[in-house]
Design a protein around this ligand. Structure first.
Ligand code: SF4
Length: 981
């Protein structure tokens, strides 16, 4: 039960409802999850200003078209949450972190404390400030703040979410799923969803799937668990976690064996025919290129246009462009050749062919648990959909080399994939395998296949280098590059001359070089250890890193409280900005109360993560529909205020004054390049320019008058084949979405990865990995996709821990956010471990029985539910239903604390590794640093009768912090329709 703090009902349920004409409607954007649907908030006048009466979907919004989910409609209960923080809080002197003993302070005191501390850090050693954020939607601002501060220690949640999906796809096809692209279910005939639960792109995906199925499409779900979208799939193919890569390699084997390929596309629009050097040496495994400087510089992963091909028609080696794509030329996809200078070469597709030769369906069957015959049939079904069921749309387009294509070729085979593939230490190469599979069937940006969303596709590799110059970390100086980016070569790593990491999370180091979203899950461990150095201040925004947003939860909580020999905390100052009394709030030195999404301005724009549709760019905003509760302030405003007080150059006028009055002013007037701002709609002095134009002082009003969304419809000729579509490429460059207008050839073979491998092998000049990481880089930076067992397997006695354990985000809640939501809480107040009956009964555990779940890292006690919707080798549960006692204003003894549990206790943030200073390395993908959430192996056994009744571990109850709302009883009374008290 919620805490009872007041007997005053919020509203009188027996009174007549507010007449409709007394209700006002304001449009804004939902943030009950990250999908960003358009909503209408119905308001009525209360004693203290407008109050939310109810929320529904906005029918005029392109994303959700009026659809709203249970979470979105429950936003009113987030607004009325008893767990709302309302005042800045300072930890009481002498109290322990975690004890949640605070005194309320004014914002001015909070600003003074922060400004004094941050100004000192910035003037002495800026990297001692670390800013890490959770699932926020304002990374363009937080990233800019870190860069202006001068610290490289910044990232958002992507490193522990799905960076493997983003990076694996972007390094292969220039775009990825969800915000960056998705399945074209309007034209697909077969839809394969692999490793996806019901989370990303939720409402739009539901709308699309229902239409797809009504029109006779076939939906295949490949997943260890059949929940969410999979529940309505025509076929569920259970698979063992972490083995998707093996399945994809076997599918490639079958497609290549049976020559079920889009040859024309492979030859013209991918690097499949380009010749790879086979001779040992510094060029080994890289593409051969024409040394004529007029043909462009040597390939560096960012300039693919001077490679060579072998023309079967003339029997000659030719430049790939434009000669290799001229009429009459027939680039070879197979064979081995010798260049005029004696260099031995082969088309990269030949190397792929060689790679998959041993990846037979029988081989994959032993790894995935899927019968070989089913794999063969699946390959046939995919090939049939993409090639035999293909059709053409009467849409002409011109490719990057000027060839007019009178029609657009549809490939009606669509995929969707997400964290199930990504959250493994083999996820990057698995996603590469998926991208290559989609490419060989010609489905990239084709009707019915995978379609990009602006500003994607990006270049391969995107032209965003992460900050990588240690000498540029200087007092009172912004960084010369953004903290995050896409490395294309060892020279772009964020390492010191001795090869050690520059960043506190070791991102962009030799440990995981392509960590495009940072490695958030190692920040507290590394900072506590002083590896590679100690920091002073850790600012966390919307990141519950003392609970579900971390692995090894109990140890992390201890680390946050750990002191050095002088009695100082290993992390001297912890700042937490959150709207709710989460578990992590208890560990803060300073708490900054954030607003809800209904109380602030927000931007989902092209500089960060827009909500673009397939047919054109879309951005959206949030506007305040009610005033902030208590003294809550939007974190955006806090950052703008701090940037002004700290006199960051981008936030300060030439005269030394403040450039921006606040966040709305900043959004309108800040331009990273002329004419480009946070929002692309209604630009220009008069608001009559779009995509690019001068700042418009009335831009916010324009969004408010237009459903808080701007959508630009591109002409049909720019809807497809955008990797190579001349009209689109020129347009994208002109609008500032891309730096160049050159085509984006699909990377069947990744010379970028090979450049790291050559360094590891000591064959290339320049930066080389430290000795203990050479073999790791050599192994995993394979230019062709391959499957390997998740790294944790090698550190695990698989006989003792035979089961995979995974989590899923519950569809009624967004991570840890919604246990304080009186409506949603009723759906999941506690969780079970779902186990196949065969597995559970073999372990002697009854349905509903209590059991121990043990990994080599820890153990939890929980209740078990028998479920046929999980493959027998896997157990799973909902993420973040279990809560620490007293957190989120849940009363001591609530079901969330006593019956709910976190799987995180079983997962280590590190794995053993010889040679590193700590003897460990992040439990992550060795390429991207993606957290290996789903790699943990466990065993189960029944709990004894005297152990039943309560989950393990249990926490000391978190007390109510000053200023927290705590009015749950009112909420329940009103909405239960009870009588007046
Ligand atoms: S899917 Fe997410 S953004 Fe859309 S209505 Fe539901 S909670 Fe809101």
């Amino acid at each position: 039960m919620f805490k009872f703090l007041s007997s005053e009902p919020l509203h009188q349920p027996l009174d007549a409802p507010t007449p409709v004409d007394e209700t006002t409607i304001k449009c804004t954007t939902c943030y009950m999850c990250a999908c960003r649907c358009g909503i209408r908030v119905h308001l009525r006048e209360g004693e203290d200003g407008p109050e939310v009466r109810y929320i529904d979907g906005n029918p005029n919004h392109p994303l959700n078209q009026g659809v709203i989910c249970a979470k979105g409609a429950s936003g009113i209960m987030k607004q009325k949450s008893p767990a709302r923080l309302t005042q800045p809080l300072l930890r009481k002197a002498g109290s322990a972190r975690g004890a949640a003993e605070f005194e309320a302070i004014s914002w001015e005191r909070a600003y003074e404390l922060l400004t004094t501390r941050l100004a000192h850090i910035r003037a002495t050693d800026p990297k001692k400030f670390a800013l890490f954020t959770g699932r926020d939607q304002m990374q363009a601002l937080t990233g800019l703040f870190a860069r202006q501060f001068g610290t490289p220690n910044y990232a958002a949640h992507g490193g522990f979410c799905s960076v493997n999906m983003a990076a694996g796809m972007i390094y292969s096809v220039g775009g990825s799923f969800w915000e960056f692209g998705g399945p074209d279910l309007e034209r697909a005939k077969v839809f394969v969803m692999i490793g996806t639960a019901e989370d990303h792109h939720s409402n739009p995906m539901k709308i699309a799937i229902s239409k797809f199925k009504r029109e006779g499409g076939r939906f295949i779900s490949i997943n260890p668990v059949r929940t969410g979208y999979s529940a309505i799939a025509d076929e569920w193919i259970p698979i063992k976690p972490g083995t998707d890569g093996a399945l994809l390699m076997a599918l490639l084997h079958e497609l290549i064996r049976t020559d079920t390929l889009d040859h024309a596309l492979l030859k013209r629009f991918t690097n499949a025919p380009q010749l790879v050097v086979l001779d040992e040496g510094p060029r080994e495994g890289l593409f051969a290129f024409d040394p004529n400087p007029e043909k462009g510089p040597p390939g560096d992963g960012r300039n693919p246009h001077n490679k060579l091909i072998f023309d079967k028609a003339s029997g000659q080696v030719l430049n790939a462009y434009p000669e290799g794509i001229a009429d009459g030329c027939d680039p070879a996809l197979e064979g081995r050749y010798t260049l005029a200078d004696g260099t031995r070469v082969a088309p990269s597709f030949q190397l792929l062919r060689d790679r998959v030769a041993s990846c037979t369906p029988e081989w994959a069957a032993t790894i995935t648990g899927i019968a070989a015959e089913r794999i063969v049939a699946l390959a046939q079904e995919m090939g049939h959909a993409a090639l035999q069921q293909a059709f053409e749309l009467p849409i002409p387009w011109t490719d990057a080399w000027g060839k007019l294509h009178p029609t657009t070729q549809a490939r009606p085979l669509a995929f969707h994939a997400m964290r199930g593939l990504a959250a493994h230490s083999n996820g990057f190469q698995t996603v590469r395998a998926l991208a290559v599979l989609m490419s060989v069937l010609g489905t990239i940006d084709a009707p019915g296949g995978f379609r990009h969303k602006a500003p994607y596709p990006r270049h391969i590799v995107p032209n965003y280098r992460a900050f990588n110059s240690p000498e540029m970390i200087q007092p009172n100086t912004p960084l010369n590059a953004a903290p995050l980016g896409f490395p294309a070569h060892p020279d772009e790593l964020a390492i010191n001359p001795d090869g050690s990491p520059i960043r506190i999370d070791h991102a962009f180091s030799w440990e995981h070089p392509l960590s495009a979203h940072g490695v958030m899950h190692n920040v507290i461990t590394n900072a506590t250890r002083g590896d590679p150095y100690r920091i002073d201040t850790l600012l966390m925004f919307m990141a519950n890193m003392a609970w579900n947003s971390t692995m090894n939860t109990m140890a992390i909580r201890e680390m946050l409280n750990r002191k050095d020999e002088q009695g100082e905390f290993m992390i001297p100052f912890v700042v937490v900005c959150d709207a709710f009394q989460s578990e992590t709030v208890a560990f803060a030195d300073l708490v900054l109360p954030d607003t809800t999404y209904l109380e602030r301005h927000d931007v989902m724009g092209m500089l960060d993560r827009p909500i673009s549709e397939f047919d054109g760019p879309v951005d959206s905003v949030r506007v305040p529909v009610v005033k902030p509760l208590g003294e809550c302030k939007p974190f955006q405003e806090v950052l703008i205020e701090l940037a002004g007080r700290l006199k960051f150059p981008a936030f300060t006028t030439a005269e030394g004054g403040r450039k921006f009055t606040g966040y709305p002013d900043f959004v309108v007037n800040f331009q990273p390049q002329p004419g480009i701002g946070f929002l692309m709609g209604w630009r220009g002095k008069n608001g009559d320019e779009h995509l690019r134009g001068e700042p418009n002082p009335k831009q916010w009003e324009a969004y408010e008058q237009n459903n808080c969304v701007f959508q630009y419809h591109m002409p049909k000729t720019m809807h497809y084949m955008r990797n190579w579509n001349r009209e689109y490429l020129d347009f994208a460059k002109e609008k500032g979405w891309r730096q160049k207008n050159d085509p984006v050839q699909l990377a069947i073979y990744s010379d970028t990865l090979q450049s790291f491998r050559l360094a590891a092998q000591g064959k290339a000049e320049g930066r080389q990995p430290p000795e203990h990481l050479r073999e790791r880089i050599d192994t995993y930076f394979d230019p062709l996709p391959f499957w390997y067992a998740p790294l944790e397997d090698a550190a695990t006695d698989l006989g003792s821990y035979p089961l995979n354990a995974i989590t899923q985000r519950p569809m009624a809640m967004y991570h840890s956010w919604d246990s304080q939501n009186a409506w949603l809480r009723q759906i999941h107040s506690h969780n079970y471990l779902n186990v196949n009956p065969r597995t559970a009964l073999a372990a002697g555990i009854a349905d509903g029985g209590w059991a121990w779940v043990e990994s080599q890292w820890g153990k939890v006690r929980c209740m078990v539910r028998h479920s046929e919707a999980v493959e027998p080798g896997t157990v799973w549960t909902w993420n973040a239903i279990g809560k620490a006692d007293g957190a989120w204003q849940l009363a001591p003894g609530s079901d969330e604390a006593r019956k709910g549990f976190l799987l995180n206790h079983l997962i280590s943030e590190e794995l053993p590794m010889r040679g590193t200073p700590s003897g460990t390395v992040s439990n992550s993908d060795p390429i991207t640093g993606q957290a290996g959430w789903y790699d943990v192996r466990v065993r189960i056994r029944p709990a004894s009768p005297d152990e039943a009744g309560e989950t393990f571990p249990q926490m000391d109850s978190m007390p109510t912090v000053p200023g927290v709302v705590g009015k749950a009883a009112q909420v329940l009374r009103y909405f239960a329709g009870g009588k007046k008290s």
